[in-house]
Design a protein around this ligand. Structure first.
Ligand code: TYM
Length: 343
C-alpha cells in the first residue's frame, strides 16, 4: 500500500433514527419506524433514538404544542418498547453537536443537491421564496444527526430513502474533500411489510398526520372504537382476497390492509394470504380491526399513563442527552480538527 493511503476504518454497528415531534403519531410511524426501532434494540444493537425538534421548526410550530408533542413522542417511543436504559432516547435540541455538525455539512452540501430533494419540492411547493432557510437545509441537519454518532444503520420508512442517499453523498464529499475516511457510509434499513403504510381512504397516498381527513389514518392515540370504525370504513375493492402476493398487484387498498395485518401479526404477507386468501373484506376487516386494537390499545394506554408524569419524561430525556453528548462531542471535536478549526 502506498504511503498516505488510509485503510478503511471499521465502524462498530450503531443504529440511529429520529421522528419529528410535529404532532399526531400514526400507524405509519409505528409500523414503519417505532416498532422496528424496538426490534433493533431487542436484537442487541447499540441504539440511539431522537425527537428531532429542530427539524420540526423548519415549518411553524406553536411553542406550547411543540413542548407537548415532544413529550408525547417520548411517551410513544417508550410505549412502543424503547427502553431508555438500553437505548439512548433524547431530544435533538438538547445535544448542540447536531446543529454544530450541521453547519459544517451546510458548507459541504451543494445547493443543487438540496433543490432536487422531493421533500423540499413538496413542502415548499410553488412558494419557495417564502419557505424557511431551515427547510431548505433540512437534509444537512439530518445527515448531521446520523453522522455525529458515526451511525452505521438507520431504520426508516421508504419516504426517507432520498434523505439517506444524501447523507451518504455528504459523508462521501466530506471524506473526499478532506482526504479522510472519517465518516461511515450509513446503510438505510427499509425492511418489513410496512415500509410504506398508505391512507385508508386512498391507496395511492401515504398515510400521514397532515392528511386533512382523520379517517385516512389510525392515530396511536385513537381508542378501540375509532380504530375499528376506521378499518371498517377503509376503502377496498369488491374482490375477495387473493391467496398469493401476486394477486395484490394493481390492488393498492387490498395490499395496504394485508401489509398492515402482516406487520401487526409479525407474519410474512405470504403467510397471511395463505390464511385469509378467498375471504371477502367483510370477514377480513373485523379480523384486522381486532388485531389492530389488540396491538395498539396497550400503546395508547401506556402513552396516556406516561403523559401524566411529564417530569419523569423530562428526566429520561436529559439523561439521554447526556449519554448522547458523550458520543457526539468527541466526533464533533475530531471533525473540527479535520476541517482546520483551532481549539
Ligand atoms: P417523520 O417524522 O416524518 O417520520 C418518522 C418515521 O416514520 C416513518 N413513516 C412511515 N413509515 C411507513 N409508512 C408511513 N405512512 C410512514 N409515515 C412516516 C418515516 O419514514 C420515518 O422513519 N426526516 C425524518 C426525521 C429525521 C430522521 C433523522 C430520521 C430527522 N433526522 C435521522 C432518521 C435519521 C422525518 O421527517 O420523519
Amino acid at each position: 500500500m502506498s504511503e498516505g493511503v488510509q485503510t478503511s476504518p471499521v465502524f462498530t454497528p450503531r443504529v440511529f433514527s429520529g421522528i419529528q415531534p410535529s404532532g399526531g403519531l400514526t400507524l405509519g410511524n409505528y409500523l414503519g419506524a417505532m416498532k422496528r426501532f424496538a426490534e433493533m434494540q431487542d436484537h442487541g444493537f447499540e441504539t440511539i433514538y431522537c425527537m428531532v425538534d429542530m427539524h420540526a421548526i423548519t415549518v411553524w410550530q406553536d411553542p406550547d404544542a411543540l413542548r407537548r408533542q415532544t413529550r408525547e413522542l417520548a411517551a410513544g417511543y417508550i410505549a412502543s418498547g424503547i427502553d431508555p436504559n438500553r437505548s439512548i432516547l433524547f431530544n435533538q435540541s438538547q445535544v448542540p453537536e447536531h446543529a454544530q455538525l450541521a453547519w459544517v455539512f451546510n458548507c459541504v452540501a451543494r445547493m443543487g443537491w438540496m433543490k432536487r430533494m422531493t421533500q423540499w419540492k413538496d413542502k415548499a411547493g410553488k412558494n419557495q421564496e417564502n419557505a424557511s432557510l431551515g427547510l431548505f437545509a433540512y437534509p444537512a441537519l439530518m445527515a448531521a444527526d446520523i453522522l455525529v454518532y458515526h451511525a452505521t444503520h438507520v431504520p426508516v420508512g421508504e419516504d426517507q430513502k432520498q434523505h439517506l442517499e444524501l447523507t451518504r453523498d455528504i459523508a462521501a464529499k466530506f471524506n473526499h474533500d478532506y482526504r479522510t475516511e472519517f465518516f461511515p457510509m450509513t446503510e438505510p434499513v427499509i425492511e418489513g411489510a410496512a415500509t410504506r403504510v398508505m391512507s385508508l381512504r386512498d391507496g395511492s397516498k401515504k398515510m400521514s398526520k397532515s392528511d386533512p381527513s382523520d379517517a385516512s389514518r389510525i392515530n396511536l392515540t385513537d381508542d378501540a372504537d375509532s380504530i375499528a370504525q376506521k378499518i371498517r370504513k377503509a376503502r377496498t375493492d369488491p374482490e375477495a382476497l387473493p391467496s398469493e402476493a401476486d394477486g395484490l398487484e394493481d390492488r393498492p387498498e387490498a395490499r395496504n390492509l394485508v401489509n398492515i395485518y402482516a406487520a401487526l401479526a409479525e407474519q410474512s404477507v405470504e403467510d397471511v394470504l395463505r390464511d385469509v386468501g378467498g375471504k371477502p373484506f367483510s370477514e377480513f376487516k373485523p379480523m384486522l380491526a381486532d388485531l389492530a386494537v389488540e396491538k395498539l390499545a396497550p400503546i395508547s394506554t401506556e402513552m396516556g399513563r406516561l403523559m401524566q408524569a411529564p417530569e419523569e419524561i423530562d428526566a429520561i430525556l436529559s439523561s439521554g442527552a447526556e449519554r448522547a453528548r458523550s458520543i457526539a462531542a468527541p466526533i464533533l471535536k475530531r471533525t473540527y480538527d479535520i476541517v482546520g478549526m483551532v481549539g
